[in-house]
Ligand binder design. Structure first.
Ligand code: TMP
Length: 206
């Protein structure tokens, strides 16, 4: 039996890691075989690449290098963890995946989106999420939460982050079957309950 690949996406400070971890614990609590990952990261090599990417001292990284480093981190985690787990029928909950590169490097930095998709296919061997939760939070609110821990990407201008958010919304509107927009509520449990409803529906139809 092939597993399920669920990803979380969203702009800075939208609460993705909290919500994705809560979903992972919920699935484990139901006795399902689940794996939790974050991107970039999820294994030794990809976590090392993450450090290079997010270190604010690395301000000379070019947009092309940045894109390829995200892809390199992804290639490693797909090969080492995602592909084997899917083959074993597990449910993968992943904090960010390819949509992040399209939004942040494509819409945000102007890298050709078709090129990103093409290199992405090479990096992932064509593995795509079955289901994506996009957490929708107004930009200024999210960036405000992150004020004191800004990394290389978070430091970018409000204009940059607006392009990223616009990109995400376009992606979600183009692929409504896969990408579900969930409005971030003040109450963490309320947002989580919306996510669980959507995921339960997905798992029950498969
Ligand atoms: P995080 O803050 O959600 O852990 O993600 C790390 C940062 O990396 C975040 O600012 C978004 C950025 N990012 C990209 O720019 N492109 C990508 O492909 C991925 C996966 C993340």
């Amino acid at each position: 039996m092939q597993g399920k690949f669920i990803t979380f996406e969203g702009s800075e400070g939208c609460g993705k890691s909290t919500q994705s971890k809560l979903l992972y614990r919920y699935l484990k609590g139901k006795g399902l075989k689940a794996v939790y990952l974050r991107e970039p990261g999820g294994n030794k090599i990809s976590e090392k690449i993450r450090k290079i990417l997010l270190d604010h001292r690395n301000d000379s990284i070019t947009p092309v290098t940045e894109t390829l480093l995200y892809m390199a981190a992804r290639a490693q985690v797909v090969d080492e963890i995602i592909a084997p787990a899917l083959k074993q029928g597990k449910i993968i909950v992943c904090d960010r995946f390819m949509d992040s590169t399209i939004a942040y490097q494509g819409y945000g930095l102007g890298i050709d989106i078709n090129l990103i998709k093409c290199v992405g296919k090479f990096a992932t061997s064509g593995i795509k999420p079955d289901f994506t939760i996009f957490l929708d939070l107004p930009l200024r609110k999210g960036l405000r939460y992150r004020q004191y821990t800004k990394d290389r990407i978070e430091r970018r201008s409000l204009n940059y982050h607006s392009r990223v958010l616009k990109g995400y919304l376009e992606l979600a509107h183009k692929d409504p079957k896969r990408i579900k927009i969930v409005k971030v509520e003040k109450d963490i449990d309320k947002t989580q309950s919306e996510i669980r409803k959507l995921v339960d529906k997905l798992l029950c139809h498969s």
